[in-house]
Design a protein around this ligand. Structure first.
Ligand code: GTP
Ligand code: MG
Length: 414
């Protein structure tokens, strides 16, 4: 356990500021850091050398002494010089939100891909702040969390770091290629994809597992990891499922969002997040019981925008209604209120998803040559076959299929 003071510069409304500071406190908690107190600096008084005014610097010094503080965490990003100046004044390490988030991601990353992505983001962040952070880590020996933001990397030279970034990116691009091939294969097979997005800890992975257990999934045994913690999921997982009479589709669980996700991190995780950009439907999961759920929706929407995925059809899934009896806010449609814990309204959700996903599908009548059983199989697998009849000159099929599949079947239409 470490004691920290949180510092924020008040740019936005009071409520927004409270939300951001609360979020920062939760982020710190993930690394066993207790926020003992926090101060807010009026933006008019913030200065370049210290980010905060000299009066506040003195105030903080007293608080550090009084409460036995180990570390100061800024909500806003700090420059190399600011970190150095602040650490000289406080004589304890000073970090910012970005470094904190990178540290959490580094602790959570399990797969090779996630590890590489975090490492690239860390190195990119460290590069311009190398000198300041170096002194910081010499002083405190041991990182802010269990492992520290690449302490070993701090001993490396700038040149070595630059070389490493290039090398890591090369390895990553290979992994990305494999992922892309898988995705292209799915697209070729006409499978539509649903991506589950939302603020961290909203219940995305739990939703994924609920869908897998209710649907005729090929891989029900492969449930995804869920946990009551921030950023439990750091890699996307895609599974193929089948709901009642509808066509098969794939469903992807993704990493959670948080305010001011470091740009380098979003950049590094772009490959992972590409699954979102190419989805046909987004399930935006919201922890409706959270006091700041409204701001969390906005946060998620702004990350989606950064990813260029803000125009994809979205179903708002207001989750955890076992913990709240609030009424649905206006402006979010289509929407559904559910509880994954009590399974409340899950049947409605299971109806809604395919209805939205396949709403552009069309009904076609086809005559397929008898020797093209493969086409019939394709229709059964990727479409909804309403009727089929074997006649002397072929197979008469009536089916509901996607426009994409219809184009491929054009020559057999009657
Ligand atoms: N009370 C209640 N808890 C829920 C509900 N749905 C999910 N949870 C809990 O919320 C916590 C987070 O769930 P996850 O599914 O891991 O959340 P996530 O959105 O995948 O989170 P990240 O991967 O960290 O972004 C878990 O402890 C779940 O058991 C619900 O309807 N009601
Ligand atoms: Mg998750």
């Amino acid at each position: 356990m470490k004691n920290a003071l949180l510092v924020g510069i008040s740019h936005q409304s009071k409520t927004m500021m409270r939300y951001l500071m609360q979020e920062l406190e939760n982020l710190a908690k993930t690394l066993n850091i207790v926020a003992v107190d926090h101060i807010i600096q009026d933006v008019k008084l913030s200065s370049t050398p210290f980010k905060i005014g000299t009066g506040k610097v003195e105030e903080l010094k007293d608080m550090i002494f009084e409460h036995n503080i180990d570390l100061v965490i800024f909500n806003d990003e700090l420059t190399n010089t600011q970190i150095r100046n602040l650490e000289n004044a406080f004589e304890i390490p000073v970090i910012d939100r970005t470094l904190l988030i990178l540290e959490i991601f580094a602790n959570r990353a399990k797969t090779k891909e996630a590890k590489l992505q975090v490492e690239v983001a860390q190195l990119k962040y460290l590069l311009p702040r190398l000198t300041a952070l170096k002194t910081s880590f010499d002083k405190q020996q041991g990182g802010i969390g269990s492992r520290g933001p690449g302490e070993k990397k701090l001993e490396m030279s700038r040149r070595k770091i630059e070389q490493d970034i290039i090398q890591l990116n090369k390895t990553l691009s290979h992994i990305v290629q494999v992922r892309k091939t898988n995705r292209l294969q799915r697209q070729k097979s006409n499978l539509k994809n649903v991506a589950i997005v939302g603020y961290t800890n909203a219940g995305k992975s739990t939703l994924m597992n609920t869908l897998l257990t209710h649907a005729k999934a090929d891989e029900t045994d492969k449930l995804v990891h869920t946990k009551d913690q921030l950023f439990a999921t750091l890699e996307t997982a895609t599974r193929q499922i089948h709901l009642k009479d509808y066509n098969s589709f794939t469903i992807t669980d993704t990493i959670g969002f948080v305010s001011h996700l470091p740009h380098d991190l979003v950049e590094s995780f772009k490959a992972t997040l590409e699954e979102i950009q190419e989805a046909d439907l987004l399930l935006h999961v919201i922890d409706f019981s959270h006091p700041f759920y409204f701001d969390q929706i906005a946060t998620t929407q702004s990350v989606l925008k950064e990813l260029g995925a803000d125009d994809i059809e979205t179903l708002y899934v207001f989750n955890k209604i076992d913990l709240t009896d609030a009424t649905l806010p206006h402006g979010f449609s289509p929407a559904v209120k559910i509880s994954l814990k009590t399974q409340h309204n899950i049947p409605e959700l299971l109806e809604l998803i395919p209805k939205l996903l396949f709403k552009d599908d069309v009904t076609v009548c086809l005559k397929i040559p008898v020797d093209r059983g493969d086409l019939l199989n394709k229709l059964i697998e990727h479409g909804q076959v309403i009727s089929q009849e074997f006649t002397h000159d072929g197979i008469d099929v009536k089916a509901r299929i996607s426009k994409r599949l219809k184009a491929q079947m054009k020559q057999y239409e009657v």
